[in-house]
Design a binder for this molecule. Structure first.
Ligand SMILES: Cc1cc2nc3c(=O)[nH]c(=O)nc-3n(C[C@H](O)[C@H](O)[C@H](O)COP(=O)(O)O)c2cc1C
Length: 204
């Protein structure tokens, strides 16, 4: 097995280092975050650093890059207090990836990449019609990460929309059955397939 110290890694070309480090923490739950601004411009962007923070209250966090690199989603969340998270299926991958391009704020990524915005009663943020698992969040808190200028943005889940056949009798969502993808680094996408579910582990 090859060993790399952080000194060695720091000296690498930045793209090589980026690919290496972005893969290191493993597969991610890449999803599309849908928002709207005060002038009713829609925004859609792919995010993979999304994490479950707790089930009760149901909190989800995501990491937003420094503002200069990814300004629109976080700005819209702060100004409207709402956003949606939409899981990505295999046949949405190319369109979802294209949302990472730097579009002007006035451009709707839905139009630019060919995904369909859909609105639900009482929720101003757009959902992605093509996504079989999606949820709306109320903005709760932003925690700046001073070390690198990123932000942990936290929201509470308010409404969930799921294709019924994905919900198992005990509440587990069988996402692989809907062809939900997972991602690695900033350009690798993978299909998912079920391996096994195990009983609650007890000390033996
Ligand atoms: C696979 C993938 C995962 C990404 N994950 C994140 C992420 O977790 N956080 C982030 O800030 N940007 C992430 N990006 C980059 C954003 O999609 C990109 O900066 C986008 O333009 C942000 O749009 P916004 O300015 O509308 O928020 C990712 C890009 C790709 C291709």
């Amino acid at each position: 097995m090859q060993h790399f110290s952080i000194g060695t890694i720091a000296a690498w070309d930045r793209f090589y280092r980026g690919n290496f480090m972005n893969s290191l923490s493993g597969f991610k739950s890449a999803s599309l975050i849908g928002t709207i601004d005060q002038d009713k411009h829609l925004n859609l962007a792919i995010f993979s650093n999304i994490v479950h923070l707790g089930a009760d209250p149901a909190l989800i966090g995501f990491i937003n890059r420094p503002l200069a690199a990814a300004p629109h989603t976080i700005e819209n969340i702060h100004s409207t207090g709402e956003y949606t998270i939409n899981l990505i299926t295999a046949n949405m991958v190319r369109a979802a990836h294209q949302t990472s391009a730097k579009y002007e704020k006035s451009v709707s990524e839905f139009d630019a990449v060919g995904l369909t915005p859909v609105f639900e009663e009482g929720i101003i943020a757009p959902f992605v019609a093509e996504s079989p698992v999606k949820y709306a969040l109320k903005y709760e808190q932003t925690i700046p990460i001073e070390r690198n200028g990123t932000f942990l943005v936290i929201g509470s889940v308010q409404h969930v929309y799921v294709d019924e056949q994905l919900i198992e009798t005990d509440g587990f969502l069988s996402l692989a059955d809907a062809d939900i993808i997972t991602s690695l680094g900033l350009d690798g996408y993978y299909k998912t397939s079920f391996l096994e579910r195990l009983p609650y582990a007890k000390a033996k």
